[in-house]
Design a protein around this ligand. Structure first.
Ligand code: NAD
Length: 372
């Protein structure tokens, strides 16, 4: 008798608020079905986070939720926030009070934002149709915990002449640059093996160090990677001129903040975009711990109506399989199921452009039916 050993993958799912629970439900079903085809079992439990955390436990990131996250290998996150909690002081708002502590607790230093536009949805892009007729497929790898957002000193003071002066400090150390480069190298190996590192080395000292360290690191880790360097102003322009000249864009925190949003916009719909934030060290399956979430928010305007596009959450779960569990074939199976569903013509309202649209349930059924 043949015995198949099933892999168990352990993650916490945090549906959050608004459409979060609706799209999370789809992602979990897709993962379960994928597990049957690709030989793994999901061990997962859901916990409150965000507005529902505030309502049920008095805080956006309840300690029970944080503890649950600490005992697993990855977090599948929905989204948090909504009108009900908008009058709270900024530091208590669900997004800030839940996501920032999670990033800190797990040292999530690497943010991966795939910019994917399927050719069938090319009309959603604000770019000219001849530029995006074949779709877009670019991965932005952004350093998330260093640079000007966190460097000290950071302050505002009043000068003797009465003017105010504000200071932010941009600092990068070689170790920070090396670890994000390693992530980009691993990601590039699963794609086109091409990295474009973005900096401002004609002006900034941190960028000179960035450029030099990235070059040395890639040379050491994988010289077969096609590496190029580009100034950030040019990269912002090239991204709208010809996005597909890029495979993996590697950059520091502030430049990545701007470029990844630019990439999201040219891809057309928030309902289709996933993201991953990876931490230091390895989890119990020998891969980076990660938090995986859709790029969009809680969409209060359509929450509870069964209209949400579940694709971004489903694609986030594929990223989790790829980066935190090393299950590349299963990740590809999910991505292909979403691709085929879009190819079949099925559209939720956010991507239908006024044509007849379907709800979350129909989209879910279509994706599930395409998991081999
Ligand atoms: P949003 O992304 O929630 O919505 C913007 C527009 O995109 C809306 O019209 C919405 O219906 C649509 N949309 C987004 N995701 C969709 C999906 N999956 N399917 C169909 N349509 C989708 O942004 P917003 O309106 O600025 O923010 C709403 C709430 O979400 C706020 O409280 C905000 O703080 C929160 N938010 C949370 C996160 C997060 O948890 N990471 C991120 C962004 C916004």
């Amino acid at each position: 008798m043949e015995v198949f050993l099933m892999n168990t993958i352990r993650f916490t799912n945090l549906p959050g608020d608004g459409i979060g629970p609706e799209v999370m439900s789809t992602a979990l079903k897709v993962l379960e079905k994928t597990g049957k085809a690709y030989n793994f079992i999901c061990e997962t439990a859901d916990h409150d986070v965000g507005g529902i955390g505030i309502d049920n436990h008095g805080e956006a990131l309840p300690s029970s939720t944080l503890e649950a996250c600490q005992s697993v290998d990855a977090i599948l996150f929905g989204s948090v926030g909504g009108p009900k909690w908008e009058s709270l002081p900024p530091k208590d708002q669900p997004e800030r009070a839940a996501l920032l502590p999670l990033r800190k607790a797990f040292e999530l230093f690497a943010n991966l934002r795939p910019g994917n536009l399927f050719p069938e949805l090319a009309d959603l892009s604000p770019l000219r149709s001849d530029v995006v007729s074949n779709g877009i497929d670019v991965l932005c790898v952004r350093e998330l915990t260093g640079g000007i957002y966190f460097g000290q000193p950071k302050s505002t003071r009043t000068l003797e002449d009465g003017q105010k002066e504000a200071i932010d400090t941009m600092i990068y150390r070689t170790g920070e640059i090396e670890r994000i480069t390693e992530i980009a190298v691993k990601a590039a190996a699963l794609r086109g093996n091409k990295i474009c590192s973005v900096d401002k080395a004609n002006v900034l000292e941190t960028s000179v160090l960035w450029r030099q360290t990235v070059s040395e690191c890639i040379n050491r880790l994988d010289p077969s990677i096609e590496l190029s360097h580009m100034y950030v102003d040019n990269a912002a322009m090239q991204l709208v001129r010809d996005p597909n000249q890029f495979d993996v864009l590697l950059t520091e925190n502030m430049f990545g903040d701007i470029l990844s949003d630019e990439l999201a916009v040219i891809c057309g719909s928030l309902g289709m975009l996933a993201s991953a934030s990876l931490g230091t060290g390895t989890n119990s399956s020998g891969h980076p711990f990660g938090l995986y979430e859709p790029a969009g928010g809680t969409a209060p305007d359509i929450a509870g109506k069964g209209l949400a596009n579940p694709c971004a959450q489903v694609l986030s779960s594929a990223l989790m399989l790829r980066y935190s569990f090393g299950l590349e074939d299963a990740a590809l199976a999910i991505e292909n199921a979403v691709k085929e569903t879009i190819r079949s013509g099925l559209r939720t309202g956010d991507i239908s452009q006024g044509e007849p649209s379907v709800g979350t349930a129909e989209m879910e059924e279509a994706i599930l039916s395409r998991i081999a």
